[in-house]
Write a protein that binds this ligand. Sequence first.
Ligand code: ADP
Length: 548
Amino acid sequence: AAEMKQHSFSAEVGQLLDLVVHSLYSDREIFLRELVANAADAIDKRRFEALTNSALSLPETPSIHISTDKDAKTITLSDDGLGMSPDELTQNLGTIARSGTKAFGEKLSNAKPEERPNLIGQFGVGFYSAFMVADKVDVVSRRAGEDVAARWVSEGKGSYSLGPAERDRPGTDIVLHMKDDAEEFIDPWRLRSIIRKWADHIAWPVVLHEPDEDGKEKEETINEGKALWLRPKSEITSEEYTEFYRHVARAFDEPYATLHWKAEGTVEFASLLFLPGARPFDFMEQSSRESRLHLHVKRMFITDEANLVPNWLRFVQGVVDTDDLPLNVSREMLQSTPVLARIRKAVTKRVISEIKKRAQEGGEAFTGFWNNFGLVIKEGLWEDSEHRQEIAEFSRFHSTRDDELTTLDDYISRMKPEQETIYYLVGDNLNALKASAQLEGFRARGLEVLLLSDAVDSFWPDRLHSYKDKTFRSVAQAHGDLEKFALETEEEGEAADVAKLSPALKDALGDAVKDVRSTVRLTGSAVVMTSEGGPDLAMQRLMRRSGQ
Ligand code: ADP
């Protein structure tokens, strides 16, 4: 049409589209899951906005309709969701604000074909998955509360067109013009089985339209929309749990742990939570550090911004459903209600006790979990004063002892009788730490040192201060301690007579150093930097980087 204007995709979208279209040969059926999930999200959003603006109210039975046209080779999805204004169409479907796109692209092109769907799932290509099966996608959307609709059309090759359109009520239609090699999907039977597999947990009716014998249309609601978390545990299979996990987390992996329980007492709620089995691809690049656990009231999705667990548990996925809040709970109320505070406390406690239990069981599975999320959990050592000691109890650390991770309790059990503090060394990477000259004097005395190489490790030791009465001490500040410990090797260096050398060195280094002294603690290296009385060296580096 003449009024349609052409626009270019942002570079990232172009790149992502290219990757999605060219690297996924199998599992293309996930496009349906992504589009149906988007439609359901849009209905959730409209329901929530309508609480404070009745003009946006949902129709009586908000639903998602799917129809096919064999002659036109199309599949159409229609929803009664919030819809998108022209600006939102541009913003949501034409740009992509994801920092990890480039790295994701590289990883995707290097991955084996069978690993790709999993990667895509971790990254979440969402709407763009439509281009795996369609060579043209036509979106008509009308934002609830607005009178006009807009059309967005693209062939997924660098550009899209935007223009005015007609839609008699708010919501979104997506017409997929299917590729020749994807015609298999234009089949109600096929669509039904895919939706049963992927979208059974969608809370809104997913209605499939199909022509019956006399050529008339027949409608059938194909998802059960059941609230899995309200069913008795004994009736739920592990496959159902996994499917639900993949649905809420939009993931492809198996959960590491499934926590399903009902709380009764001062506050009542049902909860179904998961500790993921894999780290989402862009997890560390995500700009938000807040939990996205879903809060439901009386089975209805309310929000994923209720911060149901502390930030250091933001990898936990799932749903909390309570009858103790009103259905029309407002944002303000969510922030202040004691009900939510009690739910938070109870949920956090339950998750921590699960992690503790699994830490005690130990094994490779826990090591895998720790490798995925330990670096986030340790943020809690820094910022969660209430749970700091508990977190310290199940945390794992590298040390000079061997390549295995150790707990603090095990470290303490190996401490020398005259050792009072837990020694640690902070740096950017483990191999550099292992080779650090800082460790020589400690190794020579058989003293174990924790090797801390995650970004957050620069912060928590000072904050945690002590664990089971043992304080933490950076080896860079602890060389004075060494005199107390007997040498276990013969390699000790001799304290060279540097009486003449040190004033000259001090002169040359000027303000860069406080003092130059001789030491007995080096065995292999000639010089080592220490920091006594000042902030730890790693902290100083960090402060310099941030310009302090
Ligand atoms: P994600 O769903 O992970 O945010 P998508 O690429 O799937 O990413 O979608 C991008 C955005 O487009 C969504 O966040 C949403 O704002 C908007 N969107 C997609 N589909 C719909 C829809 N059916 N109705 C309203 N908005 C939608």
